[in-house]
Structures are given as C-alpha cells and as structure tokens.
Design a binder for this molecule. Structure first.
Ligand SMILES: O=C[C@H](O)[C@H](O)COP(=O)(O)O
Ligand SMILES: C=C(OP(=O)(O)O)C(=O)O
Length: 453
C-alpha cells in the first residue's frame, strides 16, 4: 500500500475547498513567509499513517456501530514536546492497555483502542488572550503553535512548531508501534504493566486479581494448544483533534489505491465542539477526507445539526465512518442526549456513540485549579448508559483525558485526591486529566455498567 506525496493542493493545483471557508480557532501566524516554508516542508514529509490503516480502523469502528465492540479512546488533553520520552509514552500506553484488559475481560467485549496521542498538540481556547498581573498575552494554543511559558516570546505563534509537531508525532508513533507489536503488549505481560502500581493503590490491587484470572485462562488455553497471535500484539490507533488546518492540510494526501484524500497525520481525527460550524472550514475538511471522523457534540447541539452533520460527513451511511463524541456534562446528559440518539437512530444512520465525560464537567476549585470531580465523570458515563439502555441503542465507548502518571488534577477516585492536593502534581498544560488510578477505577466501573447493559 502506498500513499503519494502531493502538495497540499488538489489535482488541478487549486486550493482545497475548505481553504476558502472561515476557520475558527486558528493561530494568527505573525510571519507569512515562515509559515509558507514550514508548510512546504511538511507537505514533502512522508505520511505518519497509511490510508489502509485508517480503513482498518473504520472496519473496527463499524463493529462498534453494530454493537459488537466497545471503543476506548484516551490520552493527554494536550501532548507536549517535552513529554516525548520513553517513560511518559510507555506510562500512557500502559494505562490504556490496562483499561482495555479490564474492559475486555470484565465486560467480555472486544475493545477498539485509540490513543489521543501522536498528534494531540493543538488546543481550542475559550479566549484568545490570557491576563496575569495586568499583563495580557496571546493564550497558549498548544505546543504546535506557541509556548506555555507566560512571556511575549514564548506566546508568539511560531510555524516552525508545526514541524516539531510532525517530528514529535513521528517519534511517539514509532515507539507506540514498537511497544504494541514488539512484545510489550503481549497479554502474558498483564502483571508486568501493573508492577510499579499494585502495592499502594486499591485499583491496582483489584487489577492484580483480574490479571491472575487472565493468567489462569491463558495457561489453560496454552495447555490446550491455543496460543493465537492476537495475544501477543495489540492493535492500537492514533487520533487527535484536527484543529490547525494548515498542518492537517499539509498532511492531506491522495491515496494511490483509490484516488481518495486521507489526512495521514493520524488514523482518526475529530472536530471539536468549538469548530464544528456547519458552514466552516473544519467540517468541510472532514467531509473531504476518508479517515474515520469524530465530532464532539455538546449540550447545545440540536437534532437538525446532528442530522446535517451526518449528511455532510457520512452521506453513504457507512458504519464506522462517523463517531459522535457526546460531552454534555453530568447534569445535562439525561436531558439532552435522548432526543439526539432517538432522532439519529430513526434517520437510519449507524453512527458510533461514545461518551466524553470530561469536557462538560470542568470547574474551578477554590485553589484556582481547573479540575473535574471523578464522581461527575462517572455520573455522566452512567447517564450515557442509561439513555442508551432506555432507547435500545449501543453505548459504544468512552473518550477520556488521562495520563499514565500519578498527577493530582481531578478530584475523587478510589485513591482519593482532594482539592487541597491539587497543587501537588498539577502538570497539565490545559485541562485536568485522570491519573492512572482514577483511569483504572473508571475502567472497572464502566465494565460493570457494560455488563449490566
Ligand atoms: O480541552 C478543551 C479546551 O481546549 C479547553 O477546555 C479550553 O480551555 P479554556 O476554557 O481554558 O480555554
Ligand atoms: C477541546 C476538546 O474538547 P471539546 O471540543 O469537546 O471541548 C478536547 O477534547 O480536547
């Protein structure tokens, strides 16, 4: 399978259709010539993923849409260039693998695994600027655009960063591929993933008990002569928000097999709540590429918007093409979700429904930290399951912001973090993430809900 490397114009040398439409949340690059050079370089770089892999993911997501599998999508709120280290990548992957094992074993369902990884470097923001002690600077928009440090130099958008994003994504993906296919993700390693964790965490101990059961099952199968390849490697996909369209456009290429466009910066990309305007560039972009697409749906989404998004993004009604990632908030999910699911289902579309229980549940703690309560996260997932149960539709998965490190960014969980603890390890560059223990807690609770479904 090959993908041609073409410049980011269509075959007639014209701009792509989305390039003339209004695009929300784009950086104001101060140096047009530097931007042009960066994008020309990016357009000459090899693809990060192959079109055939994106198609494979679409097939897996079709199984989720049919109710035969569950999607686990998770990772950092914002990846950072200085987070591209073997330890950090391994910890994130380990957490996702442990969650997937819990879900697969405890809920007896195949789990499709997608990281918010190897490309999640750009952030939409509520305000274009940030003010501290009377000084106002451009807001941090992710490492792909500017620096987190609060100085004029650091906050100046720099298009060289787009190339750093490509390189950081390439290194990350390379290591992820090595971990998932090179022995680390072998199911016989279920204990090893937990080794540094088990002694001091209730969820780690619970996981250890489950790992022992898996071990016995594996030994039994081995004794019976069953040792399939699926136990040795893990299929893992990369996703990010397609936000900075200059970058995504430079990585959009024509698949030589089919002549179709693919965004080869990640297997799946999603369009965020702040950029899903029906007449905007992001939706037009998503409608032209053939990757599996996600769209975030917040509590103000109308049925008409959802149906129009389906017409625009999934005109062929192809299961696996479109994933709706709902992020209503714990207090609204039971009220806002049923109408959408009911009308979309009645329209005949077979989308994947997954729940992002993070973005509708953010609040500011008294300490000034942006945080989320584990109980709210859990309650939104519960509400999501309740709605789908009542309508007889499939609760297809979860989309979570998490890290493999023991940060203190969200409050609650079995190994409880209190608001007063938030300052201890508050390391996110944008929104608060579940730490490893909270992520495992969530996986166990979601597995119970799924079984109950
Ligand atoms: O991750 C989501 C958004 O980028 C984030 O919630 C925006 O945060 P802000 O409201 O601090 O700009
Ligand atoms: C910005 C994000 O979410 P939303 O678009 O739902 O606010 C995100 O998932 O990083």
């Amino acid at each position: 399978m090959t993908v041609n490397v073409e410049t980011p114009q269509d075959k007639n040398g014209q701009e792509f259709s989305w390039q003339s439409l209004p695009a929300a949340q784009q950086p104001e690059w101060p140096d047009a010539e530097a931007l042009r050079k960066s994008l020309a370089d990016l357009a000459s770089y090899p693809p990060l993923v192959f079109a055939g892999e994106c198609d494979q993911l679409r097939t897996r997501l079709a199984a989720v849409a049919r109710g035969e599998a569950f999607l686990l999508q998770g990772g950092d709120c914002a990846e950072a260039f200085d987070g591209v280290s073997a330890d950090q990548i391994r910890n994130k992957l380990k957490t996702l693998l442990q969650m997937a094992v819990v879900l697969t074993y405890a809920a007896s369902v195949p789990v499709v695994k997608i990281g918010r990884i190897a490309g999640q470097y750009s952030k939409p923001r509520s305000k274009p600027t940030e003010t501290r002690d009377g000084v106002t600077l451009p807001v941090y928009r992710g490492d792909s655009v500017n620096g987190f440090a609060f100085t004029p130099e650091s906050r100046r958008p720099d298009p060289e960063r787009l190339k750093r994003m490509y390189n950081a994504s390439a290194s990350t993906l390379n290591l992820v591929r090595a971990f998932t296919t090179g022995g680390y993700a072998d199911l016989r390693q279920v204990h090893a993933w937990n080794q540094d964790f088990v002694r001091n965490s209730p969820s780690g101990q619970r996981y250890e008990r489950l790992a022992k059961e898996i071990d016995s099952a594996l030994s039994f199968m081995n004794a019976c002569g069953v040792d399939p390849e699926e136990f040795r490697t893990v299929e893992f996909f990369a996703s990010h928000e397609a936000l900075v369209l200059d970058y995504e456009t430079a990585l959009t290429r024509t698949d030589s097999r089919t002549g179709k466009l693919y965004d080869v910066s990640g297997h799946m990309v999603w369009i965020g709540e702040r950029t899903r305007q029906l007449d905007g560039a992001h939706i037009e972009f998503a409608s032209r590429i053939s990757n599996p697409i996600g769209v975030k749906l917040g509590p103000t989404t109308t049925v008409d918007e959802a149906l129009t998004l389906i017409d625009r993004l999934d005109p062929e009604r192809e299961p696996g093409r479109l994933t709706f990632i709902t992020r209503m908030g714990a207090g609204k999910v039971r009220d806002r979700l049923p109408g959408l699911v009911e009308k979309v289902t009645a329209s005949g579309a077979q989308v994947v429904w997954i729940c992002d229980p993070m973005h509708g549940n953010t609040y500011e703690a008294e300490t000034g930290h942006k945080t989320r309560r584990f109980d709210d996260v859990l309650d939104e997932v519960k509400g999501f399951f309740e709605v789908h149960r009542a309508l007889g539709t499939h609760p297809g998965g979860i989309h979570v912001e998490l890290t493999g490190d023991d940060v203190t960014e969200c409050v609650g969980g079995g190994d409880e973090v209190f608001e007063d603890d938030l300052h201890q390890r508050y390391e996110t560059a944008c929104d608060p993430r579940l730490n490893r223990s909270q992520s495992l807690d969530l996986a166990f609770l979601v597995a119970e809900m799924y079984r109950g479904q």
